[in-house]
Design a binder for this molecule. Structure first.
Ligand code: NAD
Length: 248
């Protein structure tokens, strides 16, 4: 198989479940070979196995994305065998919500490390071969609260707003090399991250959504798949809000 017609290689963080797993599945459906990354070997292993059982190409890789050394080591191993990862989706994220005066420093640091610094580690390690090859797509998963802020989520909102600044800066740095860098900002999506919300908060949330429902993981996966496709080569530095109309 020549390089031109071999499948593109994608790496998706937080691919063990939720939005990341749906993104990995959509990219595999679109013909890419996907490296599914999550913290637990079981969850990324199950995601990769499900993709393979459906005829796709996938492998799993357990890495704590908040650990810069672990990310660098993982990327070195990948790049010993492969010239380049063509598509990087920085999706892994956590919440540790609390009002500021009750928020511990550990909850601040963990959320910044997992949601924001992880983007720095993966992009620095995998971006160089992309720029050298003059092709590539990077998609960072932000959140509407990175645009609006949210009481009780100062750490998470700061990380998600940081992702937007990071995305726009790198879009400018990498544009001369034809590597695009974009962000997706989901609103409320039905996943484990939102399943713990109590009934009162759920109702209040839905009342702020013009389309009157939470989004699905596929609502996010489909736009990421489009941004990662050949069809999106003229789009960079953008933030795509997918939120049922909450932020207009
Ligand atoms: P989820 O909790 O269902 O899944 C998160 C995934 O990230 C899991 O696979 C988990 O293993 C992985 N992960 C977490 N910490 C990690 C670490 N340190 N190292 C490696 N992997 C780690 O979350 P989700 O709802 O699918 O969210 C995915 C992304 O979308 C997150 O960045 C989240 O902030 C963002 N987002 C979600 C919503 C929503 O409503 N669900 C809204 C806006 C943004």
């Amino acid at each position: 198989m020549t390089e031109e017609n071999s499948p593109k290689l994608a790496l998706v963080t937080g691919a063990g479940r939720g939005i990341g797993r749906a993104i990995a599945t959509a990219l595999a459906r679109d013909g890419m070979e996907v490296i599914c990354v999550s913290k637990s070997p079981d969850s990324c292993g199950a995601a990769a196995q499900a993709i393979s059982e459906n005829g796709g190409l996938a492998q799993s890789l357990a890495v704590d994305v908040s650990d810069g050394n672990a990310v660098r080591e993982a990327c070195e191993k990948i790049l010993e065998e492969r010239e380049c990862v063509d598509v990087l989706v920085n999706n892994a994220g956590i919440t540790r919500d609390n009002l500021l005066f009750r928020m511990g420093e550990e909850d601040w640091d963990n959320v910044i490390a997992t949601n924001l610094s992880s983007c720095f580690h993966w992009t620095k390690a995998l971006g160089r071969p992309m720029t050298r090859k003059r092709r590539g797509r990077i998609v960072n998963v932000s959140s509407v609260v990175g645009l609006t802020g949210n009481a009780g989520q100062a750490n998470y909102s700061a990380a998600k707003a940081g992702i937007i600044g990071f995305t726009k800066s790198l879009a400018r740095e990498f544009a001369g090399r034809s590597v695009t860098v974009n962000a997706v900002a989901p609103g409320f999506i039905e996943t484990d991250m939102t399943s713990g919300l109590d009934e009162r908060i759920l109702e209040a949330a839905i009342s702020t959504i013009p389309l009157k429902r939470f989004g699905t993981v596929d609502d996010i996966a489909e736009i990421v798949a489009f941004i990662c496709s050949e069809r999106a080569g003229y789009i960079t530095g953008q933030v795509f809000t997918v939120d049922g109309g909450m932020v207009m």
